[in-house]
Design a protein around this ligand. Structure first.
Ligand code: TZP
Ligand code: MG
Length: 237
């Protein structure tokens, strides 16, 4: 389930104290799931990333990914810096989508890369062993490669359902997700078209997390996050 090279190191010494490594904390947290994975979208929300993150944290978000395909680096960096600080203060995991340099610059917990971004082995060389890497996959071949040959900490698979957020992508469906879960050796994040009503079909597949954009961004964010957390708690086995 883990990225082997540094998973061997579960603890390290910091100023004379024995502390858990980020990856060991991550693996322990993942095991307590299923968890909600919140992804920001300023277009849907009509709010800045910082406002979204504040509201999501107020609702109890434990993991937030900043995702923005258009904001120039400088503006994105400034938002990411503040969001990283807010997440750290709240004890929430903080990931940056696509932009490895900004994940590094703001001290993010992790970076999430898709099939058109830098390859994970290159990302790993840049970020070192401690930063978490997430990977998007959209078909069985990408899913298998991410599990078997890429130095990543979780594998996202989707879109599971049709979604306006990625209207051009073909939905993969729950039966394929269920099949792929038989081969999963890393935490799997289901993504795409997820709603509260769809959680009872998704969670029994064994996914570690559900990633949600529009169904959280278009509502009262804190309330939506709290509703997802309650639903996931009640579905946890
Ligand atoms: N990758 C696969 S589907 C998707 C991404 C980024 C979009 C998910 O958004 P939504 O609004 O939760 O369907
Ligand atoms: Mg990407």
């Amino acid at each position: 389930m883990s990225y082997e090279p540094s998973a061997k190191v579960a603890h390290c010494h910091l100023r004379g104290r024995l502390v858990m490594t980020r990856r060991a904390r991550w693996e322990a947290w993942v095991r307590q799931g299923p968890h909600l994975y919140v992804i920001t979208d300023t277009g849907y929300a009509g709010k800045s990333h910082v406002e979204i993150v504040r509201e999501a944290l107020a609702g109890g978000a434990e993991l937030i990914q900043l995702r923005d395909k258009t904001l120039p680096d400088k503006a994105f960096y400034e938002q990411a810096l503040e969001c990283a600080r807010l997440c750290r203060e709240a004890g929430a995991w903080f990931f940056v989508n696509d932009r490895v340099h900004i994940a590094l610059a703001v001290g993010a917990d992790g970076v999430h890369v898709g099939q058109d971004d830098l390859p994970p082995d290159v990302v790993r060389r840049l970020v070192g062993d401690d930063m978490l890497i997430g990977r998007s996959t959209h078909n069985p071949e990408e899913f298998r490669r991410a599990h078997q040959a890429e130095p990543v900490d979780y594998v996202a698979f989707g879109p599971i359902f049709a979604t306006q957020t990625k209207p051009q992508s073909v939905p993969l469906g729950v039966p394929l997700l269920r099949d792929m879960m038989k081969e999963a050796v890393r935490p799997v994040v289901a993504i795409g078209g997820i709603t509260l009503e769809r959680l009872p079909a998704l969670i029994p597949t064994g996914v570690a997390m559900v990633a949600v954009v529009s169904d959280i961004m278009t509502g009262r964010i804190a309330d939506r996050v709290a509703a997802y957390r309650a639903a996931l708690r009640s579905l946890a086995s």
